[in-house]
Design a protein around this ligand. Structure first.
Ligand code: SD4
Length: 329
């Protein structure tokens, strides 16, 4: 449906998008030149999972000539605001005490970064993270301090616990069995990477974390280097899945460094997952997915179990790309 809408809006068929990669447009009146020569693809945005609406929003910003950092903030906010997404923002599953606590981080092309950890009662943690990055001398704010900061910056108090998530939590409390099932039952954090028309890369990651986690638990998503890393000279990477394992290998930083050493985004993601599996030789019961993009706009992904995908919007078209996995089905 969304795919059809996009094609209609752009006035192009899929075939013509693919055949005319030098023209990227979401609006007929605002066409911009997009470069695909010498293997450089821009603008481009990718995000974890099949978040079509979020990536379409980011693409709209990019194809209007906007900056990557704005595309990231606007894009991931779509998921934060979607009450049906139960692992990001409003509607996110609560911790074991029934509190929705959100983690997010953002990083720009200059290497600036900002993050909020275990933030409550604020609907758009990515925007608070951006304020931390742009308006404080700090990188991370946590808990009450982050919430207080958000109010000072004009964010409004919001109830993030939807009736659906509340009822599921009450049901869970009957057994209080904490598990980390694989794939979308429990993991659909959004991590996003974008390159704008100037070739600048930015990234963001936002989540409500593991469902029914211990109060105060923070995963990889707001940790620069773990859930997200961007280096404007090399590329970026971001993660979804069981955050503890991503933190233990500083996964996103590792993948960017591997790309710096010459690996393709695909090879780097594969190596990132292999590092995790080396530390978990006897474990099969968890999922992690990485996506990565290099400075040329080449992309890749890899995960532990099949079922992970990433969405990509670029002048070459837009698609949901199935990730290869460490374990086969
Ligand atoms: C975390 N990485 O808090 C996150 C969870 C996740 O989709 O990716 N959920 O560990």
């Amino acid at each position: 449906m969304q795919r059809r809408k996009f094609i209609k809006k752009s006035g192009l068929t899929t075939a013509s998008i693919l055949a005319a990669p030098a023209l990227a447009s979401c609006k007929d009146d605002k066409k911009i030149e997009a470069t695909t020569q010498s293997q450089t693809i821009k603008p481009i945005v990718i995000c974890t999972w099949d978040f079509m609406n979020a990536s379409a929003k980011a693409w709209e910003v990019l194809s209007d000539g906007g900056r990557a950092i704005d595309a990231i903030e606007q894009g991931v906010k779509v998921e934060e605001d979607d009450a049906n997404n139960q692992t990001v923002g409003t509607g996110g599953r609560p911790d074991r005490d029934g509190n929705v606590t959100l983690d997010a981080c953002i990083m720009d092309a200059a290497g600036n970064c900002g993050a909020v950890l275990a933030l409550q009662n604020i609907a758009n943690p990515i925007s608070v993270a951006r304020k931390v990055m742009e308006e404080t001398p700090h990188v991370m704010l946590a808990g009450k301090g982050a919430e207080q900061f958000a109010y000072e910056k004009g964010f409004e108090k919001a109830n993030l616990l939807t009736e659906k998530s509340k009822q599921e939590w009450l049901e869970w409390k009957k057994t209080a069995n904490y598990e980390t099932p694989i794939n979308i039952e429990n993991h659909d954090t959004i991590g996003m990477l974008a390159i704008d028309k100037n070739g600048d890369i930015s990234g963001g990651c936002t989540t409500s974390g593991m469902a029914y986690k211990l109060a105060g638990r923070v995963g990889d998503s707001p940790i620069i280097g773990a859930g997200l890393f961007v280096d404007n000279t090399v590329g970026g990477a971001t993660a979804t899945g069981v955050g503890e394992e991503v933190v233990r290998t500083v996964g996103s930083f590792l993948i960017v460094e591997l790309m710096r050493q010459g690996k393709s985004p695909q090879e780097a993601c594969e190596e990132g997952v292999k590092r995790i599996m080396e530390k978990n030789k006897d474990r099969k019961d968890f999922q992690i997915g990485f996506i990565a993009m290099n400075k040329n706009g080449e992309t890749g992904a890899y995960c532990i179990h099949s079922g992970f995908s990433y969405r990509q919007y670029s002048p070459k078209g837009h698609e949901n790309i199935e990730s290869q996995s460490f374990f086969q089905k």
